[in-house]
Design a protein around this ligand. Structure first.
Ligand code: C2E
Ligand code: MG
Ligand code: MG
Length: 458
């Protein structure tokens, strides 16, 4: 019975009706189990769904109190790109094969596998001491299941020390580490540690603090000038609005720290609304004070593009502040475009029709650059900063900078270079046909009051 038998019959045999009843009961039990199994499992990959996975982890802990277990979260790096290149069906195949590999590994380690969402899997297994070995055995399994070598699997590890902690929170921790590996392409797995914990707490704090930061004006919009360099002398052409957070406890925070967090939990729309409104107000104030319209570009996150009321929100902001939509530029990053091309194209078209100017930000850093240009209405092209940075380190990069200039000329749109820090860079870009320059060479982003010195100089 300990090895898994459902029942047994002892000699000498009991009355036939009793045997029949026992057999019937056994069959019923196994049928029930099959029904339960079908409901518990994810249809595509035949792994447990999240709720069932959590339930089983609790059971495992209950029966195995003395054991230490590990929680692992897996994710396929850039799965959406794989899907776009090879199609949905191949994407599904990849997930199925990956699930098979993970189940093999789980089986060898007294573990179970669940699917959290799309390409996120979770595994609970007995304690491991050698993660290099574990990762390479997973990798071998992947190769056995014909998963191409260029697919990168990220693994976040939470070594469970306390089974009294909720399963959800253990999964969260492993997932946090797994997500962090996005930014370290050469490292494929990492263990949750004190540093990760501090980061988690820090992130939670920022999310909680956002509404107060807006109402107490801890958030401040900075402006960086963009200069037109086609004439003898640079002329102030426009500005970019960049958010800053002066946090009462953590001090001055740059957007790279908090924007991704707010995108993840969709609170970015509150921030967007705040920044767009500030910028519109500023355009109106400066126009009145200096008699000249200086357009300001604001950043639009890819999450904003999915908001159903984004267009009406922008219309409202422009109307309320008495400015023309053409004075507010919308900087949209290329990656925003590729997420759901149809819906985004539609939104961008509507915005263009209303008179807003669309500026493609960080051009060249995504993977579908040329595609984007062919299918989208836009007014201004902005080269990704990395190109400027590496322009003189690498001949190929320089060539690319030139090619982008040719593309812009061909499409007849103004071209902006950002991250320009030296006179030498500026001159080279000018020569290549870049009309507008933004960067520390002219100025760092500064607050509204300080920005007025550029307006006065004009
Ligand atoms: P971005 O839109 O590409 O903005 C350009 C970034 O480059 C800014 O960083 C700017 O301060 C920096 N920069 C400008 N010139 C130079 C230079 O010469 N050298 C160097 N090294 N850096 C330069 P920042 O302000 O930290 O913003 C980072 C990113 O955060 C922005 O990239 C943008 O994607 C995002 N962001 C900033 N403000 C907002 C906002 O209000 N809403 C949204 N959704 N995103 C924002
Ligand atoms: Mg920008
Ligand atoms: Mg940029």
């Amino acid at each position: 019975m300990e090895l898994g038998a459902a029942d047994f019959i002892k000699k000498p045999y009991e009355a036939p009706e009793i045997i029949r009843a026992r057999v019937k009961r056994t069959i019923e039990l196994s049928e029930d189990r099959m029904i339960i199994q079908a409901a518990e499992r994810d249809e595509l990959t035949d792994t447990y769904n999240k709720d069932v996975f959590v339930e089983y982890v609790n059971k495992m802990d209950q029966y195995n109190r003395s054991h230490m277990n590990n929680m692992l979260v897996f994710n396929v790096d850039k799965f959406h790109i794989f899907n776009e290149i090879y199609g949905r069906e191949e994407g599904d195949n990849l997930l199925r094969n990956l699930a098979e590999s993970l189940k093999d590994i789980a089986r060898m380690n007294d573990g179970i596998v669940g699917r959290l969402q799309s390409d996120y899997f979770v595994m609970y297994l007995n304690h491991q001491s050698d993660y290099d070995k574990l990762y390479s055995s997973i990798h071998e399994e992947l190769v056995d299941h014909h998963i191409e070598d260029n697919v990168r699997l990220r693994m976040g590890i939470y070594r469970v020390v306390d089974i009294h902690e909720t399963v959800d929170s253990r999964i969260d921790r492993a997932k946090l580490v797994c997500d962090e590996l996005r930014s370290t392409p050469l490292v494929n797995y990492h263990i949750y540690d004190k540093e990760s914990q501090d980061k988690l707490i820090f992130h939670e704090r920022l999310v909680i603090d956002l509404p107060k930061a807006i109402s107490e004006r801890q958030l401040e919009v900075y402006y960086q000038p963009k200069y037109r360099v086609t004439g003898d002398k640079p002329v102030l052409a426009s500005a970019e609005a960049l958010i800053r957070w002066n946090h009462p406890e953590y001090g001055f925070l740059s957007p790279g720290v908090f924007i991704p967090l707010f995108e993840e939990n969709f609170s970015i729309k509150f921030l967007g609304h705040f920044v767009w409104n500030e910028a519109a107000e500023r355009i109106a104030i400066w126009k009145k004070k200096y008699g000249k319209s200086i357009p300001i570009s604001v950043n639009v996150s890819r999450v904003d593009m999915y908001e159903t009321n984004m267009v009406s929100m922008l219309e409202d902001i422009v109307k309320r502040n008495g400015i023309d939509p053409s004075e507010l530029y919308l900087e949209i990053t290329e990656s925003a475009y590729s997420a759901d091309p149809d819906q985004l194209t539609e939104t961008v078209r509507t915005l263009t029709e209303l008179g807003f100017k669309i500026e493609i930000d960080d051009f060249g850093s995504g993977y579908s650059s040329l595609n984007t240009l062919a299918s989208l209405p836009f007014d201004i092209l902005k080269l990704d900063m990395q190109f400027v940075r590496n322009m003189n380190k690498n001949d190929k990069t320089k060539k690319m900078v030139q090619i982008v200039a040719n593309i812009a000329k061909f499409m007849d749109v103004p071209l902006v270079a950002e991250g320009v820090e030296t006179e030498d860079q500026m001159n080279q870009l000018k020569e290549l046909g870049y009309q507008i320059i933004q960067g520390y060479y002219f100025s760092k982003p500064v607050n509204a009051e300080e920005f007025e010195k550029f307006l006065k100089e004009e």
